[in-house]
Design a protein around this ligand. Structure first.
Ligand code: SF4
Length: 386
C-alpha cells in the first residue's frame, strides 16, 4: 500500500481503504485552475501581481484576478517560500525539504521509501513558529484549519524540518464567484505531538488489507473513483435492483437517516454523471443502438453564429449597412445571434425566401456554423434541426 500525500490525508481519514486502490490521474478543470492559481501566487510573490497576471492563461485569469489584491500584496519574496515540498519519516520523526517551486512529480521523486510527502503552498518563519498557508479554489469540501489533516500534517513536517516548536496554519478558500475566506489555527508542541500520533494511527489503519471503503462527500476528489468497488456496487444496485436503495430513503425518517440518504443521493448524482461521461465517450465514437429505432450519439446541434464580424460584412454587402448594424451590435466587442440576424432581416421587410438566401450566404462565408450535440435520437432523423 502506497503512502498518502498530505493532500490525500483528509480523504484517507474518511475512507482508509482508498489508499490500496489504483489511482487514475485525470486533469480536471478545477484541478487545472488550482494549479494555475498556485503558479500565479508563486509568481506574484516574486514579480508582483500585474506581472504574474500577464503570465496566466486566459481561461484562468478571472479566477486569479478574483483573489484579494491585498492578500497578494502581502506576499514577500524575501521571507516567504512558495510550493515547498517536504518528506517526513514517521519512524525516525525527521523531516526535510525536498524542493521549492517544483512540480509534485519532480519533488516527490526525491523522497525515500517509507517517507510521507506533502507540499505547502506558502511557508515562512516567525521566530520559533512556522506559518503554513494553503489555497483552495475547487468545489470540494474543505475542513476547517484546526481539523484539516493536510495542514496539520504539513505543520508537523515543516516544524520538524526547521526544528521549531510551533506552527500557525491557514487556509484561503478562493473560489470563482465567491468572496475569499480565511481560516487559521495555532498548533503548539503538544498539538504537534498529537498530530504525529494520529498520523501514525491513520497510516496503520489505511495499511490494513481489510481497511473499509466509505462513500461520502470526500469521494468528490478521489482519484480512485472510477475503479472503486464501493462505487461499482452502488452502481450495480442502482441499475439492477434500484428497489434495494429504497431502504436508504425510507430510513430518512430520523435525522441520521436523512443525512445518510442525502449522502447516498449526492453520490449517486456523481456516479451517474461519471457514467454519462463514459457512455458519451463511447457514443461519440459510435452511436449506441437503444432499440425501437432509437439511438444515443452525436447529432447536428443548433446553428450558431461563428463570426460576428463576418456576419456584419456579409449583411452589409448582400442586404444593407442598416441591417448589418441592427443585427450585429458592439459594446466592447461585436456580438450577434441568429435571432438578432432574423430580426434585422425582417425589419428590412425581406421575404422568407430572401431571408433564406441571406442565411445561405452567411453559411457559405463561414459566419454561421452548426455544432454537434450528444443526445438520444430516432434513426434517420439525426440530421434534423432541433
Ligand atoms: S470513491 Fe469514495 S469510497 Fe471509493 S475509494 Fe474513493 S473515497 Fe473511498
Amino acid at each position: 500500500v502506497r503512502l498518502p500525500t498530505a493532500s490525500a490525508l483528509q480523504r484517507v481519514s474518511r475512507c482508509p481503504g482508498s489508499l490500496r486502490l489504483p489511482v487514475v490521474q485525470e486533469e480536471t478543470e478545477p484541478a487545472a485552475r488550482g494549479t494555475a492559481i498556485h503558479a500565479f501566487l508563486a509568481a506574484a510573490k516574486d514579480a508582483g501581481r500585474d506581472a504574474a497576471l500577464d503570465s496566466v492563461a486566459d481561461e484562468h485569469r478571472a479566477a486569479c484576478e478574483a483573489i484579494d489584491p491585498a492578500l497578494v500584496a502581502m506576499l514577500d519574496p524575501v521571507t516567504m517560500a512558495a510550493e515547498v515540498a517536504y518528506a517526513y519519516s514517521l519512524g525516525a520523526d525527521m523531516a526535510r525539504e525536498l524542493g521549492r517551486g517544483l512540480s509534485r512529480e519532480q519533488a516527490y521523486a526525491g523522497a525515500q521509501p517509507g517517507e510521507l510527502v506533502g507540499t505547502a503552498d506558502l511557508v515562512w518563519l516567525e521566530g520559533d513558529c512556522v506559518v503554513v498557508l494553503d489555497y483552495k479554489s475547487g468545489r470540494g469540501p474543505v475542513a476547517p484549519a484546526a481539523m484539516n489533516w493536510q495542514l496539520r500534517a504539513l505543520a508537523l513536517y515543516a516544524t520538524t524540518a526547521y526544528n521549531v516548536a510551533r506552527a500557525r496554519v491557514g487556509i484561503v478558500v478562493a473560489r470563482p464567484g465567491e468572496e475569499a475566506r480565511f481560516d487559521q489555527a495555532e498548533l503548539d508542541a503538544l498539538d504537534l505531538s498529537d498530530v504525529r500520533d494520529q498520523l501514525d494511527g491513520l497510516i496503520r489503519r489505511a495499511r490494513d488489507p481489510q481497511a473499509p471503503l466509505a462513500i461520502g462527500d470526500h469521494c468528490k476528489l478521489c482519484p480512485s473513483f472510477d475503479l472503486c468497488p464501493a462505487q461499482h456496487e452502488l452502481l450495480r444496485v442502482a441499475v439492477a435492483a434500484p428497489e434495494k436503495l429504497e431502504g436508504e430513503f425510507t430510513a430518512a425518517l430520523s435525522n441520521g437517516g436523512r443525512a445518510h440518504a442525502y449522502e447516498v443521493w449526492d453520490n449517486l448524482k456523481r456516479l451517474t454523471a461519471r457514467l454519462g461521461d463514459r457512455l458519451g465517450a463511447v457514443a461519440s465514437y459510435q452511436p449506441i443502438d437503444l432499440g425501437d429505432g432509437r439511438r444515443y450519439g452525436i447529432t447536428p446541434g443548433a446553428e450558431k453564429v461563428a463570426d460576428p464580424a463576418l456576419v456584419r460584412s456579409v449583411l452589409a454587402e448582400v442586404v444593407c449597412l442598416e441591417a448589418a448594424e441592427a443585427a450585429v451590435t458592439k459594446v466592447e466587442e461585436l456580438t450577434t445571434t441568429k435571432a438578432a440576424i432574423d430580426k434585422a432581416l425582417r425589419a428590412q421587410k425581406l421575404k422568407p425566401a430572401q431571408r433564406d438566401e441571406v442565411l445561405g450566404r452567411l453559411r457559405a462565408a463561414g459566419a454561421l456554423k452548426r455544432g454537434e450535440v450528444l443526445k438520444e435520437f430516432t434513426a434517420g432523423k439525426a440530421g434534423e434541426e432541433e
